[in-house]
Design a protein around this ligand. Structure first.
Ligand SMILES: [Zn+2]
Length: 149
């Protein structure tokens, strides 16, 4: 089941021209994670949400071309898991539109500064955290943008 999902999602990403990010990175379905003594088996993003991640991956493919390999901390979050980690109810991760990522060579604030030079930076949500950067493409979906924190 999750193998099937990962195969289908990888084919979907490949068909959309995503070259450097895999299904397993952005939606590690079946992975068991623990939060406050409770376990969660990460769920699949519903198929109607799959396309939501593509504009965000386009941004990350662009960023990768500027700064080199990027490593995904968190992509899709199902609603139960999102609640457990204290995510906002309207989290762009639940919408499968957000990715938290890091680089081995650039600090989060350096990565965020490069994102500001992206052609459509005004459509982005960008959050700088101590160990990673959050990016989403909320403006593409008619939500208020830009957003920075
Ligand atoms: Zn995030």
């Amino acid at each position: 089941m999750s193998d099937c999902f990962l195969r289908e999602m990888d084919a979907f990403l490949d068909g959309a021209g995503v070259k450097h990010f895999s299904a397993k990175e952005i939606a590690p379905v079946g992975k068991r994670v623990w939060k406050d003594g409770k376990s969660f088996d990460l769920q699949e993003p519903p198929r109607e949400k799959w396309a939501h991640i593509l504009p965000t991956l386009e941004v990350l493919e662009w960023l990768r071309a500027q700064v080199g390999p990027l490593y995904v901390n968190s992509g899709y979050r199902d609603p139960d898991y999102n609640r457990a980690v204290g995510g906002a109810a309207e989290s762009r991760h639940v919408a499968f539109n957000a990715i938290d990522f890091r680089s081995k060579t650039k600090k989060p604030k350096e990565l965020a500064a490069v994102l500001e030079t992206y052609e459509y930076a005004e459509a982005l949500g960008v959050g700088i955290y101590p160990a990673f950067v959050h990016v989403d493409t909320r403006g593409v979906f008619g939500l208020t943008a830009p957003a920075r924190w």
